[in-house]
Ligand binder design. Structure first.
Ligand code: Q9C
Ligand code: ZN
Length: 341
């Protein structure tokens, strides 16, 4: 299986996130990609770089003003005399929502962000764009006939919506891959999101569409981030009604219960009979993850990969979360090896 990776990911570094009332170094750190790459190289996977894509590829799933904000945000920050990482501190929640886009950088940041755990640094745009190109390249490999491809995306993407960023995500790599597959002959595409956190961004992007099925298994939003979406009764709207499916699970869920939800999710994907599958592969379901509360063990990831392979659908794997950095490599490699077995 081809692995797509860009060293530009390392430019997204040096920020802090607001975590339980304190500014702490980001859990989403560059060494994550290094550990994954090291493990995949050790297992003999061939690693290549991303291709170039026009900026318009991003606009297939994202708002133009939003993309322009991400591209220029840190330069605007520096233009008002600031340096270092930028975090928003005010958001257009409920009664404040009139959809005016503020002119100043602080207001604009709050307008486009939905949390204070996603800092932008000088290199964030370069890294996020490279990650998007990795996902698009992996999708291109599948269009060109590969049975599977893996995009080592960093920063991750599944929390980023049409015009909103957060949850360590800026551009929605998995949604871009899914749209690329749609634009290159795949009539029906499914996205299966197995990250610990609900993929609110991907859900947002495909909410009213019946050509892209979105299925997510995640920690219940009653207690888990992103808190406001991911309930089982969210099923899409309009044309897209019934083409979003959510499987929230309680804190402490271990493989025995997880696999029941996984099999139900896989049945849903299989029933859609997609021409291609995108897996939002977060491994923050791992028992050792510092910010999550499922109890999957390293030995379970190959079993997940085997089950995914049983669908028999060409598959693009897109890296999402996973913060137990030293064990990330084994867990990700486990899924991919299980898929290939
Ligand atoms: N105190 C991904 O796994 N932080 N994003 C939660 C709770 C945000 C996770 C803070 C977690 C985002 C891609
Ligand atoms: Zn996650």
């Amino acid at each position: 299986m081809k692995v797509v990776h860009s060293p530009l990911h390392a430019r997204h570094d040096g920020g802090k996130e607001l975590h339980r009332g304190e500014l702490v170094p980001c859990f989403e750190m560059p060494s994550r990609a290094d550990f994954i790459l090291q493990a995949l190289r050790r297992e003999g996977f061939a690693v290549g770089g991303p291709r170039e894509f026009p900026l318009e590829s991003l606009l297939r799933v994202h708002d133009a003003g939003f993309v322009e904000f991400l591209r220029t945000a840190h330069a605007e920050w520096r233009a008002v005399g600031k340096e270092g990482f930028m975090l928003p501190s005010g958001f257009p929640a409920r009664s404040l929502r009139r959809d005016h886009i503020p002119a100043g950088i602080n207001g604009k940041m709050g307008y486009y962000a939905f949390d204070a755990s996603t800092p932008i640094v000088e290199g964030t745009w370069d890294a996020a764009l490279a990650a998007a190109h990795c996902a698009l390249t992996a999708a291109a490999h599948v269009v060109e006939g590969e049975r599977g491809a893996y995009a080592l995306c960093r920063p991750p993407g599944h929390h980023a919506g049409h015009a909103v960023y957060g949850g360590y995500c800026f551009l929605n790599n998995a949604a871009l891959a899914a749209q690329y597959l749609r634009d290159h002959g795949k009539k029906r595409v499914a996205v299966l999101d197995v990250d610990y956190h609900h993929g609110n961004g991907t859900q947002d992007i495909f909410w009213e569409r019946s050509d892209v099925l979105f299925v997510s298994i995640h920690g219940t939003p009653e207690t888990e981030y992103p808190y406001f979406l991911g309930y089982a009764d969210e099923r899409g709207a309009g044309e897209g009604e019934g083409y979003t499916r959510n499987f929230p699970l309680p804190r402490g869920t271990a493989w025995a219960e997880y696999v029941t939800a996984l099999d139900a999710a896989l049945d849903t994907v299989g029933g859609f009979a997609p021409d291609a599958l995108v897996v939002s592969l977060g491994v923050d379901t791992y028992e050792g993850d510092p910010i999550s509360a499922f109890k999957l063990e390293t030995r379970h990831y190959p079993l997940m990969g085997e089950r995914l392979a049983r669908l028999g659908i060409p598959t693009v794997f897109v890296q999402e979360g996973g913060y137990a950095v030293e064990d990330l490599g084994s867990n990700v490699a486990g899924v991919l090896k299980g898929f290939l077995a």
